[in-house]
Write a protein that binds this ligand. Structure first.
Ligand SMILES: O=C[C@H](O)COP(=O)(O)O
Ligand SMILES: CC(=O)C(=O)O
Length: 240
């Protein structure tokens, strides 16, 4: 599987990118959302050492996943995104993006999408200026209406289990019929099928297959095994 890279993302500055954005914005949204939806699982990575980025990317791909969110919770995030983005078979995005400066850093490193835990209008606006798909957290009807007002059609739902899990998503999806959710937080192989069975759920996110202790111990085989188990658990019943 190969993903088309946004033209020039490796060679232009973010300022140049604002000028070319109108041509590519719709294309990016149109390719990123279905790719995450096809993966059904978005691993959320916290990486301390950039040297782990490539073996981790290889372990995920070998386990059958082709999308990843690398969080700006560590200094290594931008470099890790740069390294992982060298694999054409992996769609790499940035997570825990809290400031416009981090949006710029993420995009310059090659991030194809941006995720935030909550709804930050300034972060959303910067992503839209740069034409990069953004999935901010939205956990209440008010936050969802803010996302809709900003022209978004997909939001993160974080922390999913603590907010009421699939029951809360069902309740929110009733009035907000066009919105898709990426529930994250407390999701794992035991409960992911309950989320994915709902049509409003684009994909689920989580750390369980890329747990920091596995990365620190370089347990790439275990990461591949957990990834493959997650992919199997996420398969629709008709394909299982
Ligand atoms: O965005 C990521 C959250 O921290 C999810 O964490 P978790 O899957 O370990 O609950
Ligand atoms: C939790 C979350 O959404 C993030 O770290 O991006």
């Amino acid at each position: 599987m190969t993903w088309r890279h946004l033209s020039g993302v490796d060679t232009v500055t973010v300022t140049d990118r604002v000028d070319i954005v109108n041509d590519v914005q719709h294309d990016e949204q149109a390719s990123v959302v279905p790719t995450i939806g096809a993966s059904r699982i978005l691993p959320v990575v916290v990486l301390d050492d950039v040297r782990d980025a490539d073996p981790l990317a290889a372990a995920l791909v070998q386990g059958g996943l082709h999308s990843v969110e690398v969080t700006f919770r560590t200094e290594a995030a931008a470099d890790a995104i740069r390294v992982m983005s060298e694999r054409p078979e992996l769609l790499v995005g940035a997570g825990t993006v809290l400031t416009p400066a981090q949006v710029d850093q993420a995009v310059e490193a090659g991030a194809r999408f941006v995720v935030s835990p909550g709804f930050g209008p300034v972060v959303v606006r910067r992503c839209q200026q740069l034409g990069v798909p953004v999935f901010p957290g939205a956990a209440t009807p008010t936050e969802i209406q803010m996302a809709l007002d900003a022209g978004l059609d997909t939001v993160k739902f974080f922390p999913a289990e603590q907010l009421g899990g699939i029951g809360m998503i069902k309740a929110l999806a009733a009035p907000f019929r066009s919105l898709r959710f990426i529930p994250t937080g407390g999701v794992n192989t035991r409960n992911l099928a309950d989320y994915l069975a709902h049509p409003a759920v684009l994909a689920v996110g989580g750390t369980w297959m890329v747990a920091p202790d596995l990365i620190a111990a370089a347990r790439w085989d275990e990461i591949t095994a957990r990834t493959a188990a997650a992919v199997a658990a996420a398969r629709p019943p008709s394909e299982a």
